[in-house]
Write a protein that binds this ligand. Sequence first.
Ligand code: FCB
Length: 467
Amino acid sequence: MPKHDFPAGFLWGVATSAAQIEGGRREGGRGDSIWDRFAALPGNIADGSVPDVACDHYHRWREDVALMKWLGLGGYRFSIAWPRVFPEGRGRVNVPGLDFYDALVDALLEAGIQPCPTLYHWDLPQALQEAGGWGERDTAEAFAQFATVVARRLGDRVRHWTTVNEPWCAATLGHEEGKHAPGRCDPAEALRAGHHLLLAHGLATAAIRREVRAAQLGIVLIHCPAHAASDSAADRDAARWFDGFFNRWYLDPVFRGDYPADALADRVALGHLPAPELPCVKEGDLALIAAPLDFLGLNYYSRAVVRAGPHQRPVDARGAPPAELTDMGWEVYPQGLHESLLRIHREYRPRRIYVTENGAAYTDRSDARGRIADARRIAYLRAHLLAARRAIADGVPLAGYFVWSLLDNFEWGFGYTKQFGLYAVEPETLRRIPKDSAFWYRDVVSANAVPDQPAPQTRGESRASEP
Ligand code: FCB
């Protein structure tokens, strides 16, 4: 295999999520999600925006499928909005909500693109939040009902399923740090939420297996290698602490059926738990959570460099020498993707891995001729793809890669201020405008390889065939 080629059959895709692109907040019988409510409260979203319209994918999905077809993609990772299917979170099914995804799946298949839905990408129905949300075990049960109904409707055509996206973010940012919906700041509730999200994954796994014989199933976890700022024992312990709570807290239950003992002890030391065990774990939960999966979805953006801070908690210690950062303030660290893939392969042995998200936020405006020259995004993607390619050569069963994201979209607490898209979305018209990275990625996909030179200009001919 030539140096930058990928294996035959490698799945090239892009990823999005419902709350970030769909809009159509009050259409087709949809109920509110926790993000609708959270965004409406002043101060929660950096630019004061709300996701009511977002990229208007709810109306423009045909056009978006055409963009993906033009990119030549083999797969599209999107999420299914729970409140579109169950406006009250459970009970009554809203058929028009299911119809929307049914039509999307058909259009994708017709375009030769494999639909890869995620069932939970953070948009919990508000009605369930009012009953306690992820702090309550019942929410995981309701999720299993949602998974069953969706799998029953789409399972004749959809094979590739993921259950929950990044439970760390949903639990910690949403329930401990208050930065994400539902905006709670209660560490004990965050621990319960984390467990119930994993339980939801386990219950949904069982439900999808029942409904769809040929299902290929996984969970999506974010992974962030934790590096110590110095060789001191205290800094190394801070890195262990970070890794325990960010990475192993989810990897261990899913692949080993247990929470990491050292990280449980850290929570006791912090006063978040009375003893090194989670009171919300009931008998049988961990067996459900650890049921065999077909693959792991890995989201990778950056690494953490930490040193020991007050109360044993690690603190961010980047900056000397100053690292290259994206607009999110995240260090560009492509070798961390190689490191993450190897670590997960060696320590957890998932059958296959997909990079289900990787990408970078940069602001690049269009020039007088309408061109958006996002050379930094191309360099970021290129370096990460080369790291992924090296991991494959080192034996990692990496089967596909999805760019985050197709479109500039609603970036949670940052609103529309952070742009990850291969396509810009013009604010007034919502027109999609391809950036140079869209042309570049299209070339990568069609060659099944990373081109030798960074950021080649592929404008002329490619642009002529743009949809
Ligand atoms: C991930 C999320 C995704 C997007 C990217 C930038 O953590 O899964 O929705 O916000 O970060």
